[in-house]
Design a protein around this ligand. Structure first.
Ligand SMILES: Cc1cc2nc3c(=O)[nH]c(=O)nc-3n(C[C@H](O)[C@H](O)[C@H](O)COP(=O)(O)OP(=O)(O)OC[C@H]3O[C@@H](n4cnc5c(N)ncnc54)[C@H](O)[C@@H]3O)c2cc1C
Length: 466
């Protein structure tokens, strides 16, 4: 039976691990989780109760089929939980851990073999066709027949506009999740970014430093829109709209169709239309040519992200309250330079006036969202995969080149036997593949694909289980 390694201890890695534990067509399943708590990853490691899920409780889950859904778990853990609620991400992290534990217990009872490695994978070497050696930081290795990269987005890199001295000053924070490390109370905090991560950062900073002035800067200065408090009725003509969208050629035409639908008298809320596109988003993206994708990234991405990835009502209200009280200013401006040793000088060009100005801040926090530009990453594993030609970057730096089922394409453009990815690394191919509803179904399909592949390609010959 073939052995499989999953690299990455976030929710995507947990989903693939749990799916594979349930199957009998894989050999030893190795889960390489790094040094953090398995299953939590970046999103669910937060212990701030005000960091909320941006998907309703009913939409969240980790495995395609499991005995208990998140909403049932949450209702057991706390009072008066409704399926439509946006619950704390911390609670979902607990749920993922509990679900994984329950799969582990079931696997142990069946004698199913697996190993969890609390170490970083630093290399994946091709041994022979469809055979890999995973190298771990502690100088141990694991030989397997298939590898799944579930490494999430890249660790944040400083923006090019940040001077070295500013970076090392202690007044520039690359990770929005490390605010607790800043003991001194800043008078002014400047956040670069206005997406969902920036919203959480504003909420945390406003509580941690109740007297600090807050400034958020991004090119369009657009904070995410808000979810409706209750689920919306579907747009009655959604299937016709989706069929037309799939039929049309180009971003401009798609936008026209969506705007026309917004104006339709049958629409009570535009958000229902955006949500109704979810099942076809990957197909729409795949239908675009490279220049069209570029056009989308340059002109449409900012408003798409704000409309599609909306905040929970409570998070939205918290940020609105900060704005109304005058504590928070949001600027539409491009950051041209971050200099100084603390306080830092942030030079920006206003989108509206094109004028330059310099804002001073005691603490600057980079909250610019998912980084998937693997070609520029200082990540040893990804650098080695690119160097060895086992993977190639997506042309728009949206992860790696891959087939829709997650199989990586190598430097010759060929599908690489036994090498797969899930989650953020697949943005170039799938665009929308980073949230749990997509990840849980991708994990289920990937486990099936791996099982099928192993049965077809190498029937029974790899029976060297430990
Ligand atoms: C702040 C935030 C909030 C979000 N909120 C929601 C939400 O409400 N609902 C939703 O559906 N989605 C949400 N998401 C999307 C989220 O990306 C997914 O839900 C999911 O958590 C992604 O998990 P992942 O495992 O792909 O990535 P990650 O969470 O990034 O986990 C990857 C893990 O792999 C580890 N790793 C990387 N390289 C290696 C290596 N070489 N060796 C070993 N380990 C490695 C990383 O350290 C990390 O722990 C949110 C994302 C963020 C960032």
């Amino acid at each position: 039976m073939p052995d499989i390694a999953i690299i990455g201890g976030g929710a995507a890695g947990a989903a693939v691990f749990g799916e594979l534990l349930q199957r009998d067509d894989a050999g030893v399943v190795h889960w390489i989780v790094g040094r953090s708590v398995p299953g939590r990853g970046v999103a669910y490691a937060t212990d701030d109760e005000r960091h909320l899920l941006n998907v309703r409780a009913t939409g969240m889950g980790v495995f395609a089929n499991h005995a208990e859904e998140f909403v049932q778990y949450a209702a057991r853990e706390r009072e008066s939980v409704q399926g439509a609620d946006f619950l704390p991400r911390r609670l979902f992290g607990e749920f993922v851990e509990a679900q994984v534990q329950s799969r582990i217990r079931a696997a142990q009872a069946r004698g199913r073999r697996f190993a969890i490695h609390s170490d970083q994978a630093v290399g994946v070497r091709a041994l022979s066709e469809g055979q890999y050696r995973v190298e771990l930081a502690a100088a141990t290795t694991v030989d397997v027949d298939a590898v799944v990269l579930a490494t999430g987005a890249l660790s944040p890199r400083p923006l090019k506009t940040v001077a070295e001295k500013a970076l090392t000053s202690g007044a520039y924070e690359l990770s929005p999740w490390r605010l607790a490390q800043h003991a001194r109370s800043p008078r002014r905090v400047l956040i670069i970014g206005t997406g969902l991560t920036a919203v959480d950062t504003l909420i945390s900073a406003s509580t941690r430093w109740p007297h600090a002035e807050l400034v958020a800067v991004s090119r369009h200065g657009k904070l995410p829109f808000c979810h409706s408090s209750q689920p919306l009725a579907p747009y009655p003509l959604q299937s016709e709209l989706n069929a037309s969208l799939l039929d049309c050629n180009g971003v401009a035409l798609m936008l026209r169709l969506i705007r026309e639908a917004f104006r339709d008298s049958q629409v009570s809320d535009w958000r229902a239309i955006i949500d109704g596109m979810r099942p076809i988003n990957a197909a729409l993206w795949q239908g675009l040519t490279l220049p069209q994708r570029r056009q989308f990234m340059r002109h449409v991405r900012w408003i798409w992200e704000a409309s599609r990835h909306r905040t929970a009502p409570a998070s939205f209200e918290a940020v609105e309250a900060l704005r109304e009280s005058g504590r928070l200013q949001v600027h539409a401006a491009r950051v041209l330079a971050v200099e100084g040793r603390g306080p830092l000088d942030v030079t920006v060009r206003s989108r509206e006036t094109q004028l330059l100005s310099t804002l001073q801040a005691d603490l600057v926090i980079q909250a610019t969202g998912l980084d998937t530009a693997v070609a520029y990453a200082a990540d040893p594993l990804l650098s080695q995969l690119l160097q060895d030609g086992l993977a190639v970057p997506d042309p728009l730096q949206l992860g790696v080149a891959a087939r829709p089922d997650g199989q990586l394409l190598d430097a010759q453009g060929q599908p690489r036997a036994g090498l797969y990815a899930i989650g953020s690394l697949l943005r170039g191919n799938l665009w929308e593949c980073t949230a749990m509803p997509e990840i849980r179904s991708a994990a289920h399909q990937l486990a099936q694909t791996l099982g099928r592949r192993m049965t077809i390609d190498i029937p029974g010959e790899n029976s060297a289980e430990a």
